[in-house]
Ligand binder design. Structure first.
Ligand code: FEO
Ligand code: CA
Ligand code: CA
Length: 678
């Protein structure tokens, strides 16, 4: 499969988006170009220049009239609940935080995390070493305290995927068709760098956090060697059985763990997102595309709906389970929510099939008014859906445990957003409505394995890539719709109102009765992202939002200890569709400043911002800078380049000429202590 085929593949994800960005600076300037992209490009050049020269120099070049004057009414902006001096936007090789705050690197890819782990040796990597070192591309970050003060605890971190071109010397960007140079040893290192990490951290008298390297809790969870069990309606199902697991009850590992969640009882949920990208076939047609000739029709249809096989990685060349020719049922065992007990390193993680199978972005939890567990999870694909799971039982001493029945007995719902501003949560239950054998659903296991197809039949609303979904106070939930450049004008709906949306939007849900378990609610658009000064973009912000405050492509989000919403962005390319780096923003949800956004932190070039996660105290914020220095086919200075191990766009955070960029977790605290942004 060549790159053009990949970018034309309707299925996508971060990695695919990176390829899209790669090919979006083409010799043919109209390739996949959208109105939004044209606007971005025009605007972006000025921004790139300004990012390098700085505001003062740009003002000298263009005169003040060229600057976009923020419409600011001091009294109103002063009423912001986010008490910090806004950071100025930009895009350069370092990370930046608002004045008065520390942003310290806590854990970097390759850092030894167990007492017996070898020191990181980037020129002599091995899978064995990587299994004891911090993984690649940190995404979700969660924390569960080990003492009453919360000064000791377990940090739970997802490692979503790998970027070979900046991980390994001498490779360059890998061609999906050939994977030149991807040996079995390199593939195994990649597998060992995926998954998750659980590490104990402790806060010193000086307020700084550090790794407790000899902690008994420290471990890696990987697709190379971590055995997991399966529960829920699809456990043991005939379509879950493989040669290695004839019972359909166990699986080795987890992949593409994007966002996630912590349960109210302190276990760690890892979402399996772009699992399709890891599957391989030896059967390709003359154009290099997967050839499904001879595949049973129903299986070809199901695989097609999920984008299997994606062939993003060479793993299937060396491991039969990633090759669908050899293990046709294996893809059914991925795309689930995985629960990990961080307090018991010996406990096998569990894939909970009652929460459905799709490209789960995350799994944020809350508790309904009468004590049910509620989990919000988006399916991050263009035109896919928003889901919510509600447990059958309620939380009590018996159920607030790892492997709880609350995760195996419950109802998965998919959202339909109606024009009148109501949202209906429709249950995915076998035998109800069209979910019958006539339509290919023989049991609830089929409904869960083929969640997307079940949701299609129920008439769910096709969204602009549902990323993180965060339940908030009083029955609210915030949905990050990151972008969808392929939505045509005749495909818009009230909840996804912009065609060719490059910048995405955020929806606020208010569940009926302020109860997260409600099956009905109302919805509204909190912001439409992008530059508010360019009319064609169609952005919607509170008018007090400054030039630094607006953003594009919301991805992750968090609610802090004071109920305030924070948004992190992923624009999918180092040059940034907006010309700005990705970052963290405080976004007002209520009052006169509803829709007002302020920039608090920004990433080094090429990095997207993940996490964010607030410590219960509100005094520590964990952030994850993912893939710094990558996707650099067009760098922030406007020069075309391929970021590689040898020549990355930045060497953050070490700035050592012998070290490539390293995805890292960053800890934010207030200088002198105290709550963040209060
Ligand atoms: Fe892994 Fe949807 O971001
Ligand atoms: Ca994400
Ligand atoms: Ca992302």
């Amino acid at each position: 499969m060549n790159r053009k085929d990949i970018i034309n593949d309707p299925d996508h994800g971060n990695k695919a988006e990176a390829f899209e960005a790669f090919d979006d600076i083409p010799t043919n300037p109209n390739l996949n170009r959208t109105i939004g992209d044209v606007i971005n490009r025009r605007y972006g050049r000025r921004d790139m220049l300004k990012g390098v020269l700085g505001v003062a120099a740009t003002t000298a070049l263009f005169g003040t009239s060229a600057m976009v004057a923020p419409k600011r009414a001091a009294a109103s902006a002063d009423a912001s609940r986010y008490k910090f001096d806004e950071l100025t936007w930009g895009n350069d090789t370092e990370h930046h935080i608002a004045d008065g705050y520390n942003a310290d690197v806590l854990l970097r890819w390759g850092d030894p995390i167990t007492a017996d782990a070898p020191e990181f040796d980037v020129m002599n990597q091995t899978a064995e070493a990587q299994l004891k070192q911090f993984g690649y591309n940190n995404d979700y970050v969660g924390f569960t305290a080990l003492n009453d003060e919360g000064t000791r605890g377990l940090l739970c971190v997802n490692h979503e995927y790998t970027n070979e071109e900046v991980m390994f010397p001498g490779l360059g960007r890998q061609d999906r068709a050939g994977f030149e140079g991807m040996t079995e040893e390199l593939v195994n290192i990649e597998m060992a760098a995926h998954g998750g990490s659980v590490v104990e951290i402790a806060q010193g008298e000086d307020g700084k956090w550090s790794l407790v390297r000899d902690s008994q809790y420290n471990r890696r969870i990987t697709p190379l060697n971590t055995e997991m069990t399966i529960d829920g309606p699809a456990a043991g199902h005939a379509r879950m059985q493989t040669n290695a697991d004839p019972e359909g009850m166990t699986v080795i590992g987890t992949v593409n763990n994007c966002a996630g969640g912590m349960t109210p009882w302190g276990t760690y949920l890892m979402a399996e997102e772009n699992f399709h990208g890891y599957f391989w076939t030896d059967k390709v047609d003359a154009e290099g595309k997967p050839d499904v000739t001879g595949m049973e029709e129903a299986m070809a249809k199901r695989n097609g709906r999920y984008g299997v096989p994606g062939m993003w990685y060479a793993w299937g060349k060396y491991h039969d389970r990633w090759n669908i020719d050899k293990e046709p049922n294996e893809p059914n065992r991925w795309g689930w929510i995985v629960e990990v007990d961080p307090r018991n390193p010996d406990a096998a993680p569990i894939k909970h099939t009652a929460l459905g199978r799709f490209r789960h972005e995350g799994a944020e939890t809350t508790v309904s008014k009468d004590g049910h567990l509620v989990v919000y999870s988006g399916d991050d694909n263009r035109f896919d859906y928003q889901y919510k799971y509600v447990s059958g039982g309620t939380i009590n001493d018996d159920t607030a445990v790892f492997g709880s029945s609350l995760f195996s007995d419950g109802t998965l719902y998919v959202a339909r957003f109606d024009e009148d501003g109501t949202v209906e949560w429709m249950p995915l239950v076998h035998g109800e409505g069209p979910l019958t054998a006539e339509n290919g659903f023989n049991d609830q296991g089929d409904v869960m394995i083929d969640t997307r197809m079940a949701a299609d039949l129920l008439g769910a609303t096709p969204m602009d890539r549902p990323e993180d979904a965060q339940p908030g106070p009083n029955g609210t939930a915030y949905l990050m719709l990151t972008n969808n450049t392929r939505r045509q004008p005749d495909q818009v709906n009230a909840a996804n109102p912009r065609p060719e949306s490059s910048f995405g939007h955020i929806i606020e849900i208010k569940e009926d009765g302020e109860d997260h378990a409600a099956t009905k609610g109302t919805w509204s658009i909190l912001v439409k992202c992008g530059d508010p000064t360019i009319e064609e973009v169609g952005a919607q912000w509170n008018p007090e939002t400054s030039e630094s405050g607006w953003f594009g492509s919301p991805d992750n989000c968090a609610i802090d200890a004071d109920g305030r919403l924070w948004i992190s962005t992923d624009q999918g390319s180092s040059w940034g569709k907006t010309g700005k780096s990705d970052g963290l923003y405080g976004l007002e949800t209520a009052g006169d400043l509803r829709g007002h956004s302020k920039l608090f932190f920004r990433c080094p070039v090429g990095g997207e911002l993940c996490g964010p996660y607030f410590h219960d105290s509100g005094e520590t914020l964990f952030l994850a800078v993912q893939h710094p220095g990558t996707d650099g086919t067009k760098d922030f200075r406007g020069f075309e380049r391929d970021s590689t191990f040898e020549d990355p766009a930045t060497r953050w955070p070490d700035f050592d000429p012998a070290m490539p960029p390293r995805p890292s977790v960053v800890v934010v605290t207030k200088e002198g202590g105290g709550k963040i942004a209060i």
